[in-house]
Write a protein of this length. Sequence first.
Length: 97
Amino acid sequence: MSNTYLSTDQLAGRLPYSPRTIRDDLKDSVLIEGIHYIRPFGRRKILYIWEAIESDLLNGFKPQVEAPIPVKEGICNTTPRSAAIGIPMANGGHCHG
């Protein structure tokens, strides 16, 4: 499959957003590295993948949600195991927000 790679300015010419809005607001929140843009050869230059962006514009972007991490009963955990999702702590316990 052939992709169309665009600079930030070229992408701004196709979308109703300024280059600054693309860089500051959309990149890494809506436009995800590896899906919507790449950094060729590990450099700073960013190339946007038009086909991926256009597809998400037309079909809606559905980010993949990772399965929650199961949490063991611990120091900071007072909820039942089936409902427990927490932040792992250095001491092995889990904290809930």
